[in-house]
Structure formats: structure tokens, C-alpha cells
Design a protein around this ligand. Structure first.
Ligand SMILES: [Ca+2]
Length: 339
């Protein structure tokens, strides 16, 4: 073989292995209780993992409700991942929340082994165990609820999994925090909009904004992104009939009913984390997000001469992108399990 051919093959192998190494390793941190977009976002995580676009490492749950782990286990089992690790918060300051759909876990139509939250790991212990086992700077955390787990991870100390404290472990292992929280535009003429994931746990979100390492990027999906992406009711009616009982469809109908197009808040953070370079979203300039005492998220650009690393950006969506993103979300959410 000619030298140039050998070089070409070597470069090709390097490109292939490089591409493989860059596949996002996802942790999905959710407050799956009140709203149903978490259920659709978790379906997207499975669908993206099925097609090899990401590796799904585990799911952590940030709100208090005794049925969260059973439901997540049922959804994971539906999508062919019955042993995917699940962690639940033990933080008594985290919001307690009733649900309109978690009781689907009690249905005989959905198999799973975890029956109640006592059988799941504690969320921060699981986050630390998962992070410690991954290559450096390889993990994308998608956090789509209140920030209890992210704050408690930041406050965590060395343990059996890692000698590093929370911030050092995040610096070592995390590539991106893709978070749904706050608002970065005027919402319905209100330029001081207070978003639910922040106001349902203001101190925890303040801990994230203040203490998340400056070197590890955070991309915020504000309220304005999801609300401009209404999930079409026609998809719920027509795309999930490939199986008699579909946990995503049934959860959606229990929460929103058949006549509602639920905004895709949480799905936006999943899509960005897995495909940051596909042009689905635009990004703001780099700056800093602060969380004020009333829960308002304020984005500030660096002052002239500020040489500190700027950690935060927020998603931007044009009308052309909006159509593409919504179509991608529908296809990924409605895709039948591949395993
Ligand atoms: Ca959520």
C-alpha cells in the first residue's frame, strides 16, 4: 500500500474514533411530577440513545413524590433500558409535588422493578458515581427541573467514588450543563418574568448560578424557547398507536388532555445537549446569569476589561429554526423503542 493510502486510512480511523469519543454522555436530571414535558424529554433521550447520538448514563429526580422512581423505571423499561440507574432526591427542602400521571407506574400495562423511591439510589450519590466513572470532560448534564440535585452536587464532599468535592468533580468530568430555567426575553409584555424551575427552588438555583465552576459552560433554555415550541396534539393522537398502551401518550393525555399543545420546554435542553452543532438553536454571547432573591434570572455581559471566563449563554430561536426543531422533536418523541 502506498504511504499516502496508509496515511489516509490512519486519518480516517482517527476521525471515526474521534467522532465516537465526542458522542455526548447524558445524565437526565428531571422534576418529573407536575408537568408532562419531562416525560416527552425522557422519551427523546431514549430515542437519541437508540440511534447512537448519545449515551444515556442515568436519570436523577429533583422533586419529592414517592412515585417518581417507579414511573421513570417504567418509562425506561418501556424504552428497553430496565436497568438504567435512577437517583431520587432526599432533600427535604426540595419541592413536594403531586402528579396527574405518575400513577401510571401502578398500571399492569407498564413493567418495572422499582416500586417506590426507597429502592432507588440517592441522587447526588448516583451523580457522583456516574461522573467519577466517565472520561474527563465528557458528560453533558441535562437539568430540566428545580436545581436541588445540581445544588447538592455542588455542595457534595469527597466520597468512596471520588476524592474530589462537588465543584472539582464537575470541573473534571462535565462538558456542559444544559439547563431549562429562567427567562431571557420579555414574556407577554412582562420584562420581569419569574419562571417555575427557579421560583420553586430559588436558593438551589442561586447556588448553581453562584457556585457552578466558571470553566464549565452552562446553556440556559429560557421559558421563551419552550413556549414557542408547542407539541402538536395531532402527534399525540396519531403517532403513538404502534402499541396498545403507550406510557408517553397516556401521561400526556392525563396531564394536558387531547386538546392542548403542551410547550416543549424540557425537550429543548435535550436537543441542544445532544446536537449543539446542528444549528437547531442560536446562542447568546457569553456572560453571567445571576438569580435574584425573587427568582428573576438576570443575564449580564462582561464589563469592559473583565478577563474572567464567561460561563453562561442562553438559547435563541428564529422562526426557521422553530419549524425544524419542532419537527425533530416530534420525530424523536414518537419514534418506537429500538430495543
Ligand atoms: Ca421539568
Amino acid at each position: 500500500m502506498k504511504k499516502s493510502a496508509v496515511l489516509f486510512i490512519a486519518l480516517l480511523c482517527a476521525a471515526i474514533s474521534g467522532a465516537h469519543a465526542e458522542k455526548p454522555r447524558l445524565i437526565f436530571d428531571t422534576d418529573i411530577t407536575g408537568d408532562v414535558d419531562d416525560v416527552l424529554a425522557l422519551a427523546m433521550c431514549h430515542s437519541l440513545a437508540d440511534r447512537g447520538a448519545c449515551e444515556l448514563l442515568g436519570v436523577t429526580i429533583s422533586k419529592l413524590n414517592p412515585q417518581t422512581a417507579a414511573f421513570v423505571d417504567a418509562e425506561n423499561t418501556f424504552y428497553g433500558r430496565p436497568n438504567l440507574p435512577i437517583g431520587v432526591t432526599y432533600d427535604e427542602t426540595a419541592q413536594k409535588r403531586d402528579s396527574k400521571y405518575l400513577q401510571l407506574a401502578d398500571s399492569p400495562n407498564y413493567k418495572h422493578d422499582i416500586r417506590n423511591n426507597d429502592e432507588a439510589e440517592e441522587a447526588v450519590a448516583l451523580l457522583r458515581r456516574l461522573l467519577a466513572a466517565q472520561p474527563d470532560q465528557s458528560v453533558s448534564i441535562v437539568s430540566v427541573g428545580i436545581a436541588s440535585n445540581m445544588a447538592n452536587l455542588l455542595l457534595s464532599k469527597a466520597d468512596a467514588h471520588s476524592p474530589l468535592d462537588g465543584p472539582a468533580l464537575i470541573r473534571q468530568k462535565v462538558k456542559l450543563l444544559s439547563i431549562m430555567a429562567g427567562a431571557f426575553e420579555t414574556i407577554d409584555a412582562n420584562n420581569h418574568f419569574l419562571e417555575a424551575n427557579v421560583i420553586n427552588g430559588i436558593p438551589a438555583m442561586q447556588t448553581v448560578a453562584r457556585q457552578w465552576p466558571k470553566q464549565v459552560p452552562i446553556v440556559w433554555s429560557g421559558f421563551e424557547i419552550g413556549v414557542s415550541l408547542p407539541y402538536p396534539r395531532q402527534s399525540i393522537a396519531q403517532d403513538f398507536g404502534y402499541i396498545e398502551h403507550h406510557i408517553v401518550k397516556e401521561a400526556y393525555l392525563l396531564h394536558s388532555g387531547p386538546e392542548h399543545d403542551r410547550p416543549c420546554w424540557d425537550q429543548s435542553s435535550v436537543l441542544y445537549a445532544v446536537f449543539p452543532d446542528r444549528g437547531y438553536f442560536g446562542l447568546s454571547r457569553k456572560g453571567q446569569v445571576s438569580v435574584e432573591d425573587d427568582g428573576f434570572t438576570r443575564f449580564s455581559l462582561p464589563k469592559k476589561g473583565d478577563t474572567q471566563p464567561q460561563r453562561d449563554r442562553f438559547l435563541i430561536l428564529t422562526s426557521e429554526q422553530r419549524a425544524r426543531v419542532l419537527e425533530a422533536m416530534v420525530h424523536l418523541t414518537a419514534r418506537p423503542p429500538q430495543r
